[in-house]
Design a protein around this ligand. Structure first.
Ligand code: UDX
Length: 449
């Protein structure tokens, strides 16, 4: 099938590349000529395992094409995916200007039936706005062409996006049109052959499904972080509690890992946007607001522990930091807990020596000229001359470090672990003090100097 995708950001590019990989003829459109030129040469702007090889392979096979020409994009295919950004505006609501601009372009250039598919995460009711924008452009041209608007939200995890697309848990499609339903079935047939993963519903329900999924996952994390904070005060170990509750299949083991707060481009933005949507329809989303507040506070927990350990005397101290990205297998720093930690440390006059396997360039870009930050080539270099070690991201290479050498290198033998990577007794055996999240009563005892 011929398919057009508007937007070559994270979602658009993964969608385009994976659809081309199963044989569709995909044209991706973006307004940024520099980006399009790079993509034509197989250079991709984001770090995502497996993506570069799929892009290169399908570009050379001639199935994945790129353009900056809107008219060409609209005319390429009956199927038009909208996968442009919906950044939060000042009050946290999703800014729909890019989505509606694409919808207007489709209305401006179309000459026959189109299925307009919204893949961007958009507030409930956006499908109607897209329909209105296409229609008003057609009216201006005095044309009565048929089209359908469909919501087909993505559920891709950064770092596993290609795998998530290729083997989806579900493919949610919101449409009231049988014609559009048939088109969507054909697009996704290669991913749906062995087992029917397509779930059809009305457009608004599909739009809400995306927000509900992310809000539910964010709620699980904030819930666990709250119980972890309680565990610390009660002398219990959250890691035992996690296993104890996860064994109940109604709760499950997934997504109940406590930590130093959730980040990324989706959870913080989507939870805020959903609370705004609720407010717009005169409903106060109390639970979602609490989820947000718990998360904001959780991003401060590591700093509080470090500050407590040093009895508030952090000026002139050097903190080694392992992990900058908001989670492993990505270079994405959006809403990363490491940022809140570093900024708090700088405020009180401490320095940071940081290492991340992928996010160094991105950190450099964000904190260019920050005197309190030194980026180090390896995790060992980050320890040299440092007072204590903090871990913000659970990269694989941090899982089994040389504790004896850490203890020797740090001038204060303390590890502050925001991801509960280690067994406390294993760390403490090497003479290190171990502070993690929700692991017993000693978590706030000030033993440093
Ligand atoms: C998320 C959703 O998982 C995905 O379905 C949706 O399409 C986009 O948003 P992503 O933002 O890539 O994906 O990251 P995810 O792996 O879900 O992690 C989000 C954050 O939650 C990370 O900061 C992670 O460290 C944190 N997290 C996750 C926890 O703190 N505990 C957990 O148990 C799981």
């Amino acid at each position: 099938m011929k398919i057009t995708i508007f937007g070559t950001g994270y979602v658009g590019l993964v969608t385009g590349a994976c659809l081309a990989d199963v044989g569709h003829e995909v044209l991706c459109m973006d307004v940024d000529p520099g980006k399009i030129e790079k993509l034509r040469n197989g250079i991709i702007p984001i770090y995502e395992p497996g993506l570069e090889s799929i892009v290169t392979h399908n570009v050379s096979a001639g199935r994945l094409l790129f353009t900056t020409d809107t008219a060409e994009a609209v005319n390429h295919a009956e199927v038009q995916f909208i996968a442009v950004g919906t950044p939060p505006d000042e009050d946290g609501s999703a800014d729909l200007q890019y989505v509606t601009a694409v919808a207007r372009s489709i209305g401006e250039h179309m000459t026959g039936y189109k299925v307009v598919i919204d893949k961007s995460t958009v507030p409930v009711g956006t499908g109607d706005k897209v329909r209105g924008a296409v229609r008003s452009e057609l009216d201006k041209r005095g044309m009565e062409l048929e089209f359908d608007v469909v919501s087909n939200p993505e559920f891709l995890k950064e770092g596993a996006a290609v795998a998530d697309f290729m083997k989806p848990d579900r493919i949610v499609v919101g449409t009231e049109s049988k014609r559009a339903e048939d088109v969507l079935r054909e697009i996704y047939y290669p991913f749906n052959r062995n087992h029917d993963r397509m779930i059809f519903m009305d457009l608004r329900s599909a739009e809400l499904t995306k927000y509900a999924a992310n809000a539910m996952l964010a709620t699980k994390i904030s819930f666990m972080n709250e119980i972890a904070n309680l565990a610390e005060r009660l002398g219990a170990d959250i890691e035992h509690v996690r296993r104890g509750i996860g064994s109940d299949p109604r709760i499950g083991y997934h997504f109940i890992y406590p930590g130093c707060g959730y980040g990324g481009s989706c959870f913080p933005k989507d939870v805020t946007a959903l609370t705004r949507t609720a407010r717009d329809c005169d409903y106060e989303a109390k639970l979602l607001t609490a989820v947000e507040h718990v998360n904001m506070a959780q991003k401060h927990v590591l700093f509080d522990k470090v500050s407590h350990y040093f009895r508030g005397e952090l000026e002139g101290k050097t903190i080694a930091l392992w992990g900058l990205a908001f989670k492993p297998n990505t270079d994405d720093m959006r809403e990363a807990s490491s940022r809140r930690l570093m900024e708090s440390l700088w405020k009180v006059g401490a320095k940071v020596q940081a290492f991340d396997p992928e996010a160094m360039e991105e950190t450099q870009r964000i904190y260019d000229n920050e005197p309190g930050l030194q980026l180090c080539g390896t995790k060992e270099q980050a320890l040299k001359g440092a007072d204590a070690l903090v871990i913000c991201t659970e990269w694989k290479e941090f899982r089994s470090p040389d504790f004896a050498s850490i203890a020797q290198t740090l001038s204060h033998p303390a590890i502050f672990d925001g991801r509960n990577l280690y067994a406390p007794e294993m760390v403490e055996r090497h003479g290190l003090v171990y502070y993690a999240i929700g692991r017993g009563k000693n978590q706030f005892s000030a033993t440093g100097s």
